[in-house]
Design a protein around this ligand. Structure first.
Ligand SMILES: O=C(O)c1cc(C(=O)O)c2c(n1)C(=O)C(=O)c1cc(C(=O)O)[nH]c1-2
Length: 237
């Protein structure tokens, strides 16, 4: 099997398109509170993407590579106020009834989500360029997931204003381009079996990050919170 086929096989097996929370989302089985919890917690992931990309940028040794990678930071941060992916995610939150100040405050982010995101940022901080870039290759599978998600929201969650889905629409083409660029780099930098194994392990790790994040969101509904109250009691307080 080629390195590309081996990478695809890892993601096919471990990517979060198979996670029970995503399956329930696509089947229209999540309630409003669960959708809101997912959006709020995923904002914590989103706001760390440009930070991990800045850490990767600092490892790239040529102007060509840095010019390519810096665009990812601009995609999320925008090139001015009120632009970019983070702004679009805040609008998704507003369309779901979440105040942007709540998302920006970072309050209510689940402990497991904080750990998963911290794990991903530190991985990109500490590992080689090959490993850090390979860990972004979950994006090979993200565009299809976005298409499924847009369809699911339109069909099942029409209470959420469709304008809020712009984030996902913009990520289809961005994810296709980003994953193609990253895959080309990983193929170019993989010279032997040791490199191949590092790349595969990095992609597996990143799949685990995304899986753990959804585990935390999924289980939050049935666990006691920091103050020892179950969610129902908490919202009644
Ligand atoms: O909603 C998703 O399922 C999903 C998955 C992924 C991914 O597969 O890593 C990313 C995103 N969204 C996303 O919006 C995004 O900007 C992004 C950047 C990256 C990355 O690792 O560089 N992954 C993802």
């Amino acid at each position: 099997m080629s390195i590309v086929e081996r990478l695809r096989a890892v993601a096919e097996e471990r990517y979060h398109h198979r996670h029970p929370f995503n399956l329930r989302m696509h089947a229209g089985e999540l309630d409003k509170e669960e959708i809101q919890r997912w959006i709020l917690n995923r904002f914590h992931y989103q706001r760390h993407i440009p930070i991990k990309d800045a850490l990767i940028l600092a490892k790239l040794e040529t102007p060509e590579l840095r010019r390519m990678w810096i665009r990812r930071i601009q995609d999320h941060d925008g090139t001015g106020p009120d632009q970019g992916g983070l702004e679009r995610w805040l609008r998704l939150g507003e369309a779901a009834g979440l105040d942007r100040d709540l998302l920006l405050s970072g309050e209510d982010v689940l402990p497991g989500v904080r750990l998963a995101v911290e794990g991903y940022v530190n991985f990109c901080r500490l590992r080689s360029p090959l490993e850090a870039v390979a860990s972004s290759l979950t994006e090979m599978f993200a565009p299809n997931l976005m298409r499924t998600r847009i369809g699911a929201f339109e069909e099942h969650y029409s209470w959420l204003d469709a304008a809020g889905l712009e984030y996902f629409q913009s990520r289809v083409s961005q994810g296709e381009r980003d994953s193609k660029e990253a895959l080309d780099l990983v193929v170019r930098w993989t010279r032997d079996e040791r490199d191949a194994e590092l790349a595969l392990a990095s992609l597996a790790f990143k799949c685990d990050v995304l899986w753990s994040l959804l585990d935390a969101v999924d289980h939050a509904g049935s666990h006691v919170d920091h103050a020892g109250a179950r969610p129902a009691e908490r919202s009644a307080r």
